[in-house]
Design a protein around this ligand. Structure first.
Ligand code: 5AD
Ligand code: SF4
Length: 437
């Protein structure tokens, strides 16, 4: 048997891309992953198109591989993900180094595409095929893996927020059938996984087929709750309008469902929410948060915010800051609005860039303050930590609390995959420290 070839995958963007990269690596038989492009036989960029300059970043990264390809003409270079979907053939026109371009819905065809490149072919596949890619992907090999894993259960989006490319790059909303998800989850558990994060662009809109008819995300969570050896369940990312009563209730009653929820609101101004086509209001979001906190008082909330959306006035921005104060987030992602070609908002006038920059800074400072305050409040508490890997110092281990805080324990006797009680003794910049109880 010949030695395995080396595959270097660089992943941009969201957690779904991280999952897709894992699946692509597994699908490419005869390759093993390398951490450096320098010794790779194949380089694959798994790209993201959600904000501006994504495509430009990909082109400049590709340009850097010219020296490698000159030195090793057999080196194959591929572009996957949402930039591949959006740009298609254009990528090869602009960067002739590229051998293959594969969209996020057709990467199960990657092995066969890769084979074709060896005959010198340039291959592009950005179809939205009828068949389910997950069904056609090779089964995950039985190799051991880390205790925390992603599992994509739903893809695409039908919401059409005015700023977002996802409905165009990832297509319409599709849910995977329940039994396939359960099979994959059991397989992950056999390989050492104890925590699964269910992924979907609109994960709480999940509605997967099963022998008992269509099942919701809450029902899927309860089915996963019965999987022996699986200790923790998370899901991301959710839309406020799809937070059903049964899902809220599950946060109060399902012990395996972790007390953390990422629930993007984007803006605190009703005028902007309307222009964003979000179909919820500031008030409905706040009432929703209240209900979630009634079900699970200690839940840590996370969100997404866009500042500088077209027409955002000082008052609109003040409303967003107000909402943040009212909700009190443990963590959040925030972005300056970036016009995406083909989306409705891209046709509208832009907010002055300096104004948007200043707003972003102000918002991030507030979030950072809330995040640190909540983190500090953990000191003196005992929390369950799932240990994931050794820390930077000798004898130290790093794990995650149920609230998704990184926790470091020095002189730690816990092993990777153990869940142990830890007394939090210190709140550092972006993590906690503690000792085993
Ligand atoms: N500009 C800025 N931020 C965006 N997001 C999505 N599209 C854009 C855009 N055009 C943000 C949203 C979304 C997150 C994944 O990325 O906040 O929730
Ligand atoms: Fe984009 Fe809105 Fe769909 Fe989220 S809900 S993926 S922001 S269109």
């Amino acid at each position: 048997m010949s030695a395995p070839k080396k595959l270097f995958i660089k992943t941009y963007g969201c957690q779904m891309n991280v999952y897709d990269s894992e699946r692509m690596a597994e699908a490419l038989e005869g390759y093993e992953q390398t951490q450096s492009p320098d010794d790779a036989d194949m380089i694959l960029l798994n790209t993201c198109h959600i904000r501006e300059k994504a495509a430009e970043k990909v082109y400049s990264e590709l340009g850097r591989y010219k020296v490698l390809k000159d030195a090793k003409p057999d080196l194959k270079i591929g572009v996957a993900g949402c930039v591949a979907q959006a740009e298609g053939q254009e990528i090869m026109r602009r960067q002739p180094l590229v051998d293959l371009v594969v969209g996020p819905q057709s990467y199960h065809r990657l092995p066969e595409m890769e084979a074709r490149t060896h005959n010198g072919a340039k291959v592009v596949d950005t179809d939205f095929p009828e068949e389910d890619k997950f069904e056609h992907l090779k089964a995950r090999p039985k190799a051991k893996r880390g205790p925390s894993a992603f599992l994509t259960v739903q893809e695409g989006c039908d919401k059409f927020c005015a700023f977002c490319v996802v409905p165009y790059t990832r297509g319409a909303e599709v849910s995977r059938p329940v039994d396939r998800i359960l099979t994959e989850a059991r397989d992950l558990v056999e390989r050492g996984v104890r925590e699964i994060t269910l992924l979907g662009q609109n994960v709480n809109a999940y509605h997967g087929a099963s022998s008992q008819g269509e099942q919701s995300l809450a029902q899927l969570i309860w089915a996963l709750d019965k999987v022996d050896g699986l200790e923790r369940i998370r899901f991301t990312t959710s839309h406020p309008n799809d937070m059903t009563d049964e899902l809220i209730e599950a946060h109060g009653t399902c012990d395996k469902l972790m007390p953390y929820l990422h629930l993007p609101v984007q803006s605190g101004s009703d005028h902007i929410l309307k222009r964003m086509n979000r179909s919820h209001t500031r008030d409905s979001y706040i009432r929703l948060i209240e209900r979630i906190r009634e079900a699970r008082p200690d839940i840590l909330l996370s969100g997404d915010f866009i500042v500088g959306f077209p027409e955002e006035s000082d008052q609109d921005f003040a409303d967003t800051m107000d909402l943040i104060r009212e909700v009190n987030y443990g963590q959040a992602y925030s972005f300056k609005y970036s016009p995406r070609p083909g989306t409705p908002a891209a046709e509208r006038g832009e907010v002055d860039a300096a104004v948007a920059d200043a707003r972003l800074q102000e918002l991030q400072a507030l979030i950072a303050h809330q995040q640190k305050t909540i983190q500090d409040s953990m000191v003196g508490r005992e929390v369950d930590v799932l240990f994931e890997k050794p820390g930077r110092d000798a004898g130290q281990m790093m794990g995650k609390s149920g609230y998704l805080h990184a926790v470091h324990v020095a002189d730690c006797t816990a092993q990777r995959g153990d869940i142990r009680k830890v007394l939090i003794t210190e709140s550092q910049r972006n993590s906690l420290a503690g000792r085993l109880v």
